[in-house]
Design a protein around this ligand. Structure first.
Ligand SMILES: Cc1cc2nc3c(=O)[nH]c(=O)nc-3n(C[C@H](O)[C@H](O)[C@H](O)COP(=O)(O)OP(=O)(O)OC[C@H]3O[C@@H](n4cnc5c(N)ncnc54)[C@H](O)[C@@H]3O)c2cc1C
Length: 356
């Protein structure tokens, strides 16, 4: 069986981002890499959005960037603006195409469908695939988005609606998210923060249909693209194996309070590529203990008081735009953290802090 210096299990966002970083920094001139990926074709399956808090490799895959965003509850609405950190959406189809075309020019890079086809005994392994089933009774962010094309020019393409809580909450946390790519084309998502056991929350088609008709007041439209997902808002436990380096969602790159993962994956990929020659010895990359701790408290409150969350999220955005963006993108300093923490209702957060 064939052997390789590096093995990447899963050629999705993290696996391909890492391969791309290694290739562009010439780390694969005298090393071999195999990517294990079962899919037979790559096409657009996701839209990755985030605040651009640092440079990344995929500006040419961006569908659109915005400087304005809003959040609203059933009774309040708030708009923010940031010139420094635009919000961007990436077309995963373009991302896969760009990376695969770059990787195909290096003969040291191979693709296999199954790990059983290779010998990994002497390889460094980067894994982005969850082992076994994840616990459905825990907290997840689950959602469905559709990109619609309306008959007329309906949308204000300069501003995104990050969270619209003016919708049915069903004793959980529910909001809609609208990204206008042009005046008549937008991605609209219904998003829930809940466990995955309650199937009654998953009538996504109907939720989107009602929202588009009743809230956005759009009658005539066609659906160009659909995406669906469930992001675990908890870190699964792993066996400690020094030979395997977990990457992507499996590697803890999801910010648990928000589900944002894409830019963290880019930062992790850069870190690995920079340190590849000593990767088994150096400190593991993480989003930081501070965010792990704060998100843990935040999610305890969310689980216990879902009915309070729209107000809590709304208040979080009542600070300067750059403060909240940096906090949600794990780039905040202690003063920015404090300014967010002080917006939270003290009593229930203190109780959550001491609750197991
Ligand atoms: C629909 C959707 C939208 C999202 N939107 C955003 C967003 O807007 N912003 C953001 O920051 N994050 C977003 N996320 C979260 C996160 O960025 C993505 O899930 C991202 O794809 C995670 O990258 P990954 O490499 O960990 O997993 P994946 O991209 O899922 O890659 C895992 C790969 O492993 C492959 N695989 C599966 N089984 C095996 C196996 N047995 N052996 C080998 N390979 C296998 C899969 O085919 C896949 O290609 C979104 C997630 C989803 C699902």
């Amino acid at each position: 069986m064939k052997e390789f210096d590096y093995v990447i299990i899963g050629g999705g966002c993290a696996g391909l981002s890492l391969a791309y970083e290694l290739e562009r920094h010439n780390k694969l001139l005298d090393k071999t890499l195999v990517i294990i990926e079962p899919r037979t074709e790559y096409k657009r399956d996701k839209t990755w959005s985030f605040w651009r808090t640092f440079d990344h490799n995929f500006d040419d895959c961006v569908i659109k960037s915005w400087n304005n965003f809003s959040i609203n509850t059933s009774s309040n609405s708030h708009e923010l603006k940031s010139e420094e950190f635009p919000y961007q959406s990436i077309d995963s189809g373009k991302f896969y195409k760009k990376i695969n075309s770059k990787l195909s020019s290096n003969k040291n890079i191979s693709f296999f469908k199954n790990q059983n086809e290779i010998n990994t005994k002497n390889s460094i392994i980067f894994n982005s695939v969850f082992e076994g089933e994840l616990d459905k009774s825990k907290l997840w962010q689950h959602f469905q988005g559709i990109e619609i094309e309306a008959a007329g020019n309906i949308f204000d393409e300069e501003i995104i609606n990050l969270m619209d809580f003016n919708c049915d909450q069903r004793n959980n946390v529910h909001f809609f998210y609208t990204l206008p790519f042009s005046k008549n084309r937008a991605l609209i998502e219904t998003t829930w923060l809940s466990d995955l056991e309650d199937q009654s929350l998953m009538d996504y088609d109907l939720q989107l249909e009602n929202y588009i008709k009743n809230n956005l007041r759009i009658k005539n439209y066609k659906i160009n693209f659909t995406e669906k997902g469930a992001i675990p808002l908890f870190y699964p436990s792993f066996k400690n194996d020094n030979k395997i380096i977990n990457i992507g969602s499996v590697g803890g790159m999801t910010r648990l309070s928000t589900g944002y993962t894409f830019l963290n994956i880019q930062e992790h990929s850069k870190y690995i590529a920079k340190n590849i020659d000593e990767i088994e010895k150096i400190k593991k990359f993480s989003l930081g203990k501070k965010y792990k701790f704060l998100d843990n408290v935040f999610l305890k409150v969310l689980k216990k008081h879902p009915e309070k969350m729209q107000k809590i999220f709304f208040n979080m955005f009542k600070t300067t735009s750059n403060t909240v963006i940096k906090f949600l993108s794990n780039k905040s300093n202690i003063f920015e953290d404090l300014s967010i923490i002080l917006k939270m209702p003290k009593f229930i957060f203190i109780i959550a802090l001491f609750k197991k």
